[in-house]
Design a binder for this molecule. Sequence first.
Ligand SMILES: NC(=O)c1ccc[n+]([C@@H]2O[C@H](COP(=O)([O-])OP(=O)(O)OC[C@H]3O[C@@H](n4cnc5c(N)ncnc54)[C@H](OP(=O)(O)O)[C@@H]3O)[C@@H](O)[C@H]2O)c1
Length: 323
Amino acid sequence: MRAIVAPRYGPPDVLRCEDVPTPVPADDEVLLAVRAASVNPADRMFEAPVPMLRLMTGLRRPKDPRVGHDVAGVVESVGRAVTRFAPGDAVFGVCRGALAEYACAKQSALADMPRGVSFEDAAAAPIAGLTALQGLRDHGRTRAGMDVLINGAAGGVGTFAVQIAKALGAQVTGVCSTRNVELVRSIGADRVIAYSRDDFTRDPQRYDVLLDCVGNRPLTAYRRVLKPGGRCVLVGAPPRIAVMLARIVGAAALSPLSNRKLGAFVARVRAADLEALRDLMASGAVRPVIGRRYAMTEASDAFRELDTRHARGKLVVTVAGTT
Ligand SMILES: NC(=O)c1ccc[n+]([C@@H]2O[C@H](COP(=O)([O-])OP(=O)(O)OC[C@H]3O[C@@H](n4cnc5c(N)ncnc54)[C@H](OP(=O)(O)O)[C@@H]3O)[C@@H](O)[C@H]2O)c1
């Protein structure tokens, strides 16, 4: 089968589309014929991770050259312990090596495809959708009537977050560039702030929940825009390990000093939450925003666009030969 692999660390140019053996599912896994995948910042481990991370990912070259996690496809065969799926089922979720014609996924990391939704739309959803859902519902404790701000509303996580916050009944403000104001409004934001014109941390409006997908403002400024009892959920940060750690530690240090809470989290892959996303998509409450589609041979281009940190919605890779 053909798969995208990263034989060494480096920029997206290192990616190759190669013939590799078709994987064999473990007992609790299914083998998927991949129809579509999407890319996430976390997939860029091949882009020269810091030395500390290389202890885990491989010192000289990636130990695991497979690329991609978000996937949608059709079950080809199942391991002995798989009870939730059978060959022929259309599913979406998270796996290792999604940018390939075939990939193995644990049954607990998959859900049935939403009815009436394309493989490309479903492949856009898993990591960004789970992050938005868990960030807003569990960590932000978003309830109907709350005021919610999404910083980075036009990106992968942000476009899901705007729609999920609306589905939870919140009043939503989105922050994005001027070129994306109409997009963010079109997916349901009640108010949109263009960051080139206005700084939301200097705005008089206060929020119950701030979901931060960018990490470009001081934590004290985030705290200032929260209502008493409000919560700031840190999802993203500039891709430098020192900055990320400083923000996580800073949030933990600031929170006990006030009744406005700040905290970072990492999304978990749970079947029940994939099913919640499936239902939101099937009902039309959430429609994935796909900024651009790439063929599998153009995977490097997808990562180059992701590296700009200005991708619009999700970047989807359609896997040729199986669609
Ligand atoms: N904690 C977790 O479990 C988890 C899970 C997934 C992702 N993440 C992290 O969350 C972050 C976002 O992920 P993503 O998949 O949404 O990335 P993404 O799709 O690459 O996000 C790009 C978006 O960021 C927006 N942006 C850039 N600068 C901005 C600014 N100054 N103010 C507001 N928006 C700005 C861009 O909008 P404009 O073009 O309009 O500027 C663009 O649409 C990343 O740091 C990622 O690593 C964390």
